[in-house]
Design a protein around this ligand. Sequence first.
Ligand SMILES: Nc1ncnc2c1ncn2[C@@H]1O[C@H](COP(=O)(O)OP(=O)(O)O)[C@@H](O)[C@H]1O
Ligand SMILES: [Mg+2]
Length: 230
Amino acid sequence: MFDISQLTMIYDMDKEDKIYAINSVDLKLPDHGLVGFMGPSGSGKSSFMYCLSTLKTPTSGEIQYNSHSFSQLSRSEQELLRRKEFGFVFQRHFLIPYMSALDNVIVAATDKKEIAISRGIQLLEDFGLKKSDMKKRPGKLSGGQRQRVAIARALINCPNVLFADEPTASLDHTSAFVVMDILKEYAKQHLVLVITHDRSILKDADRIIEIWDGKIIHDQLISVGSKEES
Ligand SMILES: Nc1ncnc2c1ncn2[C@@H]1O[C@H](COP(=O)(O)OP(=O)(O)O)[C@@H](O)[C@H]1O
Ligand SMILES: [Mg+2]
């Protein structure tokens, strides 16, 4: 699904001390599975993920997504790709404080409202939220519930790729595992990329890629499953 070659991302190009956030990375990623990215702070994990999701433009190198080259797409084509094919979860939930949990989930839905509502309810139910919690504003939910709402929002348009940048970093371990179970389930049919500092939450990952100073230093394939029938 992704074919990345010689990807390089340099910050502060015009300054003397250039920062190589990503340094000549080659990588192929399949169309489903849970892939974990690990590495110390500042090693380039987020920059890598943002390049893969078109949020950032690399300095050089190629990213092919389903045979489309990102560099050939206009900004508006990239935006459309993001909206139709990609979902995002971050460490902070970025929920809208004055909207209910359910309204947050469907706010960016591309389907008709009734379809979005029923899918939103289904997702939140699958993630263990009660009907009464769906009506609450984010401020009235626990951290783990808020992150599950954020994941439901990311999945409302059934993205082919889910990008999760430290999705469990602000959660306790129990909530972190609940979130990872949700991501693992979604990864049976889709590609889920998860950045984390915490190896224990990647216990069910299909692949773990370690990044150090902008380079892949270790790429461990744990399982190569075929897509399960749904
Ligand atoms: N907007 C930016 N401007 C300049 N340097 C940046 C910027 N974003 C990240 N960096 C630098 O790029 C390197 C990689 O950062 P990042 O991708 O955020 O790593 P990680 O997510 O692994 O912590 C670090 O040295 C960081 O300081
Ligand atoms: Mg980061």
